[in-house]
Every structure is written in structure tokens, then in C-alpha cells.
Design a protein around this ligand. Structure first.
Ligand SMILES: [Zn+2]
Length: 417
């Protein structure tokens, strides 16, 4: 990496991501909540934040802190071409995913995951939580490959691996061995709770998983209620389990889509329970909008999606993730955090100029991943930015110019990888 001679930037920056309000008291804040700042750094850390007062010298750049992708599947990224799911149903995706899984090699996993990490780095990501198909022998190899990449990429992208297996697997000898391995590598235990459900089995599987995670002091991230049926069934089951035990570990509910179909009163009561137990939620609007509520010859009017606003109102930390990258579950997706904000806008009606509209992509995503740096800036914060040629949110979200990435105060050059 080349050390730049210029160790400051003048740019528009979201006021809500400045940690200390005193730093920007005199700033002229635009209607979109942006303020013009001169940010200087040294040795990888911010050393000063100054307000640009002069209206004749307003910047033409737009800055965001490097961002966080809280839910991805990089081990199966770019498999759509060989394994398309043209009917684009949830069941079809699962079927094609299993076909691909049978022929998957370590080399495949390494090469597509590296491709994904390269794209992610240049798009502006600093961390990714990825769910890794981890069932059986090839699953074990998958996971080890991702853990190797985690070590190799640590100075560029922090990778968190969630071992994704059938829920009941965690209660087998092999499952417990896998759990120890995952916990020792700083990963999380994962699984899927979606219809069809078996009442007792779901409860017991979840209870055992929570107890196992607690013994290992390890977090859990579940694919839960990724469905347009049985509204909120999986989350209700999880809440029953949490009521039944004193055990507390960090738990994330990814998807939580069918919960959005509950009646308002029931939805609010469930959101309060989720908040009470400190469970986090990751909404995945792109894959949900593509796969769920799909019936032939029908354009869906009701879209199953996590009820983001109602959850926020109840005090739940909600992040938004991009999920699949050109695989049987979703043919689009490219680990681009700015594009994710943009594409999520019409689906979720989250507006980045409001605090609760931006948080799911920034501070809340960092909180769900338990990141040390929450993504706000102040003196001493990492000099880690995505720089875009823009002076408003609309321009930033639609401009297709080259992005510049500042990583620990150094410019990321194109030919370094
Ligand atoms: Zn997923």
C-alpha cells in the first residue's frame, strides 16, 4: 500500500455518525443530515474533525465509514450460472443448493470466497458475517477453508463464520465437536427454523442449541421464519425456549420475514419479547422479496419481510443484510453495501437521512456483529472510509464512479491483490 502524502479529506459526512456532537456544533447541516467536514488522520487514526464553514468551499466528495455486511453466504457465491433456480422458489433454491453441495470442492469454495472478499473490500466492506454450509465431511472442509480465509484476510476484512447445519445436528457427537471447533475459532452456531414445523422437536432442538452455545460461550445466528406461512412461528418458539431457561448467549434472528405478517397487536407483543431477551434481528429484504410470496401467475402485493420499524420501536437492534450473491437463492447481489442501502430503500422505506434509516446499515449492523468499532467517528477512531464522488445521498446512492477506499489511513490501490 502507498502512504498518501495528503492525510486529510474534505467531504460531506452523515451528521448522525459523528460520535461527539460538540465536534460539529457549528456545522451547516444539509436537509439530508450531511455536514461538510475536514477529517485528518495519522497512523491509521483520526486526529481531527473540523467543520468547513465557508459556503464557497463546499466539498464534492461524500464519505461513509467502511461498512459491515451482517449476513452473507460467500461459500456458495457465484454458483447461479452452473446451478440456476429459474423457478425462483424457496424449495427450488434448497434443492439446487443441495445438488451443488454434492459436487462442491475445497478449491471451488476457496476461489469463489476469495472473489467475493475482493469485491467486498473494493466495495467498502470491513466485516462480513457469512453462513457456511458445514454439514458432514465436505461441510467440515468448507468451514476449515473459510477459517483459513478468515486468518488470511483479517487485516482487510473481519470474517465471522456461522456454521450452518440442520438444527438437530447440534445434538449429535459430530455436531458437538463441530460446535467446539466453531467456538474456538470465534464463530457462531447456525441453523434453519422454517416450515414444516414439529412443535416439540423445534422446542427441544432450540433448547439444546441454546444450552450448547452457552457451554461454549458462543453466539447463535439462525435463519428463522424465512417464509410466507406460519407467521412468526420460529421466533415464538425461540422466545418459549428463552423463557424456559436462564441461559443467555448473543442470539441473532436472520430473516424473521413471516413475523411481518402477524396482526399488529400480536406483532408488537412479540417485538417486546424479542427486545426483552436482547435478541437481535437481521432483515434480508432482497432475497425475501425475490423468493417469498411467490405464486405462479400472481404478482405479490404482500411482501413477507422483518417488521423493521416495529422492532426498532420495541428497542430491538435491527440490521439489514445483503444475503445471497448470485447463487440459487438470489441471482443478483454483489456485496456492495452502498447498493444495498439503495436497493433496500423502496422495499423497506428506510431513508438514510434519518437515524433509524441509516442505523441498520451502519451502527446496528456493527452492533449485531459485536464489532469493536461501531462505525461512528471521533478523534481516535479508525481512518477507514469509503469515498464517493457525490455531495448528497441521492448522488451517492446512484453515482457509478470509482470508489476509493481508505483503510487504516492508507489508500487501497487497485493492483494490490
Ligand atoms: Zn442466509
Amino acid at each position: 500500500m502507498n502512504v498518501s502524502k495528503e492525510n486529510f479529506l474534505e467531504a460531506w459526512f452523515p451528521r448522525g455518525l459523528v460520535r461527539n456532537g460538540n465536534d460539529v456544533l457549528s456545522a451547516q447541516v444539509s436537509v439530508e443530515g450531511l455536514c461538510p467536514l475536514r477529517i485528518a488522520w495519522d497512523k491509521g487514526k483520526i486526529i481531527s474533525i473540523q467543520v468547513i464553514e465557508s459556503k464557497s468551499a463546499l466539498p464534492s466528495k461524500f464519505l461513509l465509514p467502511r461498512l459491515v455486511e451482517p449476513h452473507s453466504h460467500i461459500d456458495k457465491a457465484f454458483t447461479w450460472n452452473k446451478f440456476p433456480n429459474l423457478k425462483a422458489t424457496y424449495e427450488g433454491a434448497l434443492e439446487v443448493n443441495l445438488e451443488e453441495y454434492k459436487v462442491r470442492t475445497v478449491e471451488d469454495v476457496r476461489s469463489r470466497s476469495e472473489r467475493a472478499l475482493n469485491i467486498a473490500l473494493r466495495s467498502g466492506l470491513r466485516a462480513i458475517r457469512t453462513h457456511v454450509d458445514s454439514f458432514g465431511l465436505s461441510g467440515h472442509q468448507n468451514l476449515e477453508t473459510l477459517l483459513e480465509l478468515k486468518r488470511e484476510w483479517e487485516s482487510f476484512i473481519h470474517l465471522q463464520c456461522v456454521a450452518l447445519v440442520p438444527l438437530e445436528y447440534w445434538d449429535t457427537g459430530e455436531g458437538r465437536l463441530l460446535a467446539s471447533r466453531v467456538a474456538s475459532a470465534g464463530g457462531l452456531l447456525g441453523g434453519v427454523i422454517a416450515p414444516p414445523f414439529d412443535n416439540n422437536e423445534s422446542f427441544l432442538n432450540l433448547l439444546k442449541l441454546v444450552q450448547l452455545a452457552s457451554q461454549l460461550n458462543c453466539g447463535i445466528d439462525l435463519h428463522i421464519d424465512e417464509s410466507d406461512r406460519y407467521p412468526g412461528y420460529g421466533i415464538k418458539k425461540l422466545i418459549q425456549v428463552l423463557r424456559h431457561t436462564d441461559v443467555r448467549v448473543p442470539i441473532t434472528c436472520s430473516h424473521s420475514s413471516s413475523m411481518g405478517l402477524l396482526r399488529p397487536g400480536e406483532l408488537c407483543r412479540l417485538a417486546d419479547q424479542i427486545s426483552h431477551y436482547g435478541v437481535n434481528v437481521i432483515a434480508l429484504p432482497l432475497t425475501n422479496s425475490w423468493l417469498l410470496g411467490r405464486y405462479s401467475n400472481k404478482t405479490p402485493i404482500t411482501r413477507p419481510i422483518a417488521p423493521i420499524r416495529q422492532l426498532q420501536k420495541a428497542g430491538v437492534i435491527v440490521a439489514v443484510g445483503g444475503d445471497n450473491v448470485q447463487d440459487p437463492w438470489f441471482p443478483l447481489g454483489r456485496l456492495d453495501p452502498i447498493e444495498l442501502i439503495s436497493l433496500s430503500m423502496p422495499i423497506t422505506q428506510l431513508a438514510p437521512w434519518y437515524r433509524l434509516g441509516l442505523a441498520p446499515f451502519t451502527t446496528s449492523a456493527a452492533a449485531v456483529m459485536g464489532m469493536q468499532w461501531d462505525g461512528t467517528i471521533g478523534v481516535g477512531s479508525p481512518a477507514d472510509f469509503v469515498v464517493i464522488d457525490a455531495s448528497s445521498w441521492t448522488e451517492a446512492l446512484t453515482t457509478k464512479t470509482k470508489r476509493q477506499i481508505l483503510l487504516s489511513g492508507k489508500w487501497l490501490e487497485k493492483n494490490e491483490f
